[in-house]
Design a protein around this ligand. Sequence first.
Ligand SMILES: NC(=O)c1ccc[n+]([C@@H]2O[C@H](COP(=O)([O-])OP(=O)(O)OC[C@H]3O[C@@H](n4cnc5c(N)ncnc54)[C@H](O)[C@@H]3O)[C@@H](O)[C@H]2O)c1
Length: 251
Amino acid sequence: MQMKETCAVITGGASGLGEATARLFAEAGAKVTLLDRNAEQGEKVAAELGGTFVETDVTSEASVQNAMQAAVAAMGKINTAVNCAGIGTAEKTLNKNGAHSLEHYQRIININLIGTFNVARLAAVEMAKNDPTDDNQRGVIINTASVAAFDGQKGQAGYAASKGGIVATSLPMARDLAREGIRVMAIAPGIFLTPMLMGLPQEVQDQLAADVTNPRRLGDPREYASLARFICECGYLNGEVIRIDGALRMQ
Ligand SMILES: NC(=O)c1ccc[n+]([C@@H]2O[C@H](COP(=O)([O-])OP(=O)(O)OC[C@H]3O[C@@H](n4cnc5c(N)ncnc54)[C@H](O)[C@@H]3O)[C@@H](O)[C@H]2O)c1
């Protein structure tokens, strides 16, 4: 699907990887609707891009249904969904407070995994209404996993589980939606310089960058965005997870 035909909902579009994706897609001629719970930042980014912002909590069925209706009203249809909303909090299984908080674990799974599926399934409802292309296609869903799905670090039991769930979902969801002509892909980023990372001291950022094989630096969110664009444009990619990490393999 070419960018000029793309009508994309992008969750987490107010910041980081989602924002970079919204910017690159809009610059390339796509219509974009940003879904985020951060209204102040989301409105600002959408206004700059000539896109639409809808305050959304990805974990809520009603909120995402409302966002899909608003996106269809703004763009005419939805044929692309990029899921970037997520949190990256950490806690060890046993820590100074005792066992990992169950509430915290449930929160990570709820936002990262259930929120992603919630958006994907409700975007698919709208995509299924599209006229098919010559290749019998109606849309593409791109979910954001993490290299933590494969080599999670200390304190990432919840985060890694949420991202592993996203990896595991790609193939069955691609199979489920084959009849409708909707592709489902996941991107597993390494370490990207987003607001999440920018808050860390410079020496910690340098240490993280030193572990990257080549190029020895943190990822630029625009590199994530260009992969998301490539997935949209390359119609034979489906049911797979692509790492984008400078060959980083965390110990
Ligand atoms: N930055 C990295 O190095 C990195 C690496 C691997 C994976 N990821 C994943 O990429 C995604 C984006 O990360 P980022 O670095 O851009 O983070 P970020 O914090 O810059 O952006 C995340 C956005 O998600 C939004 N959000 C959080 N919970 C939400 C909810 N319930 N409903 C709607 N919006 C919500 C936030 O408001 C924020 O705007 C996340 O899923 C993260 O786990 C990031």
